[in-house]
Ligand binder design. Structure first.
Ligand SMILES: NC(=O)c1ccc[n+]([C@@H]2O[C@H](COP(=O)([O-])OP(=O)(O)OC[C@H]3O[C@@H](n4cnc5c(N)ncnc54)[C@H](OP(=O)(O)O)[C@@H]3O)[C@@H](O)[C@H]2O)c1
Length: 293
C-alpha cells in the first residue's frame, strides 16, 4: 500500500484510508465491524476517519482497535453532540475532545476536525482558541477543518489548520480545482472524502431522496464511460491521484469492497486519455457545481 506524507504535519498516511461512517451503523453487527476494522489495518490502511456523528463508529474503533493504536492515524470530528452544552462553543469542543478520547480509548487524537460548520462559525476566535489549547495540551496532534466551498477556502488560507477533509471525486471537483493547489502549496494534509462519489452506478433509476442522489444526477449529466475499468476502480483512481490529495477515505462496511478498493489503487493514476475525457465532461457540465458537504 502506497504511503504519503500528510502535508507538513509529520504524519504519514496510506493512499487508501477507511471512511468509518458505515461501520457505525446499527445494522452492521459488532462482529462484522470488528472484522472490517482489523482487515483494514492488515491490508496496510493507516488512516481511519470517524466522527462524533457516525453512530457507533468511534465506540467500535476504540473497543476493537485500541490494542493496535500505534498502527494507524486516527481522524475524528466534532463541535457538537455534548449533552447539556450548546453546540459550537469552546466548552463543547473541550468536553467533546475529552469524550472522544475516552470513547476512542486513546491518549491522543491525531487529526481533529471541526465538522462542516459554516464560515462564520469557522472564523470564531474562541473556537479556534479551544482547538489550539487541545493541541497545546497534547490531546490533538493536528487541528483540521472538514467542509466545502467558501468555508474550505478560508480554512486553507487562514493558516490555522494543519489539514482539511473535503469531497473529491469525478462528480465533485470544486475543491480539487479551486482549493487543493493552495492547500498543497501551504503544506496542508488533505483527506479526500466521498472518493467513490457514493457509488452512483449501483442505481439504475434515480435514487430519489437518497444520499447518493446528487452525485447520481451529476454522473448522468457527465455521461462518462470508464471503458474496460470497473466503475469503483475508475472512481478511486481518479480521486486518489488528484494533485494535493494525501489519502482517500472510501467508506464501506464490507470486507469484500475494502479489499477491492485496496487492489484498485495499486494500479496508480488513470490513463491520460481517460483523464482528458473527465476534464472535457467537467468543462461541459460541471462549472456551476459546488462541493457537497
Ligand atoms: N466530513 C464530512 O462531512 C463527511 C461527509 C461524508 C463522508 N465523510 C467521510 O468519508 C467517508 C466516505 O464517504 P461516503 O461513504 O459518503 O462516500 P464514498 O466513499 O464515495 O462511497 C461509499 C459507498 O460506496 C460503497 N462502496 C465502497 N466500496 C465500494 C466498491 N468497491 N464498489 C461498490 N461500492 C462500494 C459503500 O457501500 P458498502 O458499505 O456496501 O461497501 C458506500 O455505500 C465516510 O465514511 C466518512 O468517513 C465525511
Amino acid at each position: 500500500m502506497e504511503r504519503r506524507t500528510f502535508g507538513t504535519t509529520g504524519l504519514t498516511v496510506s493512499v487508501l484510508g477507511l471512511g468509518a461512517g458505515q461501520v457505525g451503523a446499527d445494522d452492521v453487527s459488532d462482529a462484522d465491524a470488528e472484522r472490517l476494522l482489523h482487515r483494514a489495518l492488515d491490508l496496510g490502511v493507516t488512516l481511519i476517519d470517524t466522527a462524533r456523528g457516525y453512530g457507533r463508529s468511534e465506540e467500535r474503533i476504540g473497543r476493537f482497535l485500541s490494542g493496535r493504536r500505534d498502527e494507524f492515524v486516527l481522524s475524528t470530528k466534532g463541535g457538537y453532540g455534548v449533552d447539556g452544552v450548546p453546540d459550537w462553543t469552546p466548552e463543547c469542543l473541550r468536553l467533546g475532545i475529552e469524550r472522544a478520547l475516552r470513547t476512542l480509548r486513546t491518549d491522543v487524537i491525531d487529526v481533529f476536525h471541526l465538522h462542516s460548520c459554516p464560515l462564520d462559525t469557522l472564523q470564531r476566535d474562541d473556537l479556534l482558541g479551544a482547538l489550539d489549547a487541545a493541541r497545546d495540551a497534547g490531546q490533538v496532534r493536528v487541528v483540521a477543518y472538514s467542509g466545502e466551498n467558501d468555508a474550505l477556502a478560508w480554512a486553507v488560507q487562514s493558516g490555522r489548520f494543519g489539514s482539511v477533509e473535503t469531497s473529491v471525486n469525478f462528480a465533485d471537483q470544486w475543491s480539487a480545482r479551486h482549493v487543493l493547489p493552495d492547500a498543497a502549496a501551504r503544506g496542508l494534509g488533505v483527506i479526500a472524502k466521498r472518493p467513490l462519489a457514493n457509488a452512483p452506478w449501483r442505481h439504475a433509476e434515480r435514487p430519489v431522496g437518497q444520499y447518493v442522489e446528487t452525485y447520481w444526477v451529476r454522473a448522468q449529466a457527465l455521461g462518462l464511460d470508464p471503458r474496460a475499468l470497473p466503475w469503483d476502480e475508475f472512481a478511486l483512481r481518479f480521486s486518489a491521484f488528484q494533485p494535493g490529495v494525501s489519502s482517500v477515505i472510501a467508506g464501506t462496511a464490507r470486507v469484500e469492497n475494502l479489499e477491492r478498493n485496496a487492489r484498485a489503487l495499486a494500479a496508480g493514476p488513470l490513463p491520460a486519455d481517460l483523464l482528458a475525457e473527465v476534464d472535457a465532461a467537467w468543462a461541459r457540465e460541471g462549472q456551476g457545481w459546488g462541493g457537497e458537504v
